[in-house]
Design a protein around this ligand. Sequence first.
Ligand code: PNS
Length: 164
Amino acid sequence: MTGTAVYPGSFDPVTNGHLDIIERSAKVFNKVVVAVLHNRNKEPLFSVDERLTMLRESVEHIPNVEIDSFNGLLIDYVRQKQAKTIVRGLRAVSDFEYELQAASINRKLDPEIETFFMMTNNQYSYLSSSIVKEVAKYEADVKGLVPSPVDEYLYEKYGPFTAE
Ligand code: PNS
């Protein structure tokens, strides 16, 4: 498949589940733009700049990935990047309803832009940024849950992991 795809999300912080989707979609598309939403509704743990830094450090080994951030409607951003595809990962049935709604509204806003779903690798199907923050908050080890550069950033927020 050719062209540019946008992989949007909050990435607060990026997990190994996200990284798996980035690595696999980078094999399918010429270029993947990972786009961090400036989300005013949610109170994030990490600033947008911190999330961008963690993502950049996590994808250094993948040449056709760009890290960026966006404000406002996703579809406007996708058009601005001259991309034709949105990538989203699906973990479990619980993701389906929200993703169906989002893909449907995005298709209504621009029928030329397709949403492309990838099933999360089974080993990461339980992972989310929230569960990682919960584990780190109680100072348990997050190794294996997040890309290695992210360990350090969680450590800075929450202190040392006690599991080691
Ligand atoms: O990682 P998340 O929080 O599940 O990502 C959600 C995201 C960023 C993809 C979604 O909230 C989004 O696209 N927001 C931008 C506003 C928008 O376009 N809304 C309409 C489609 S849901």
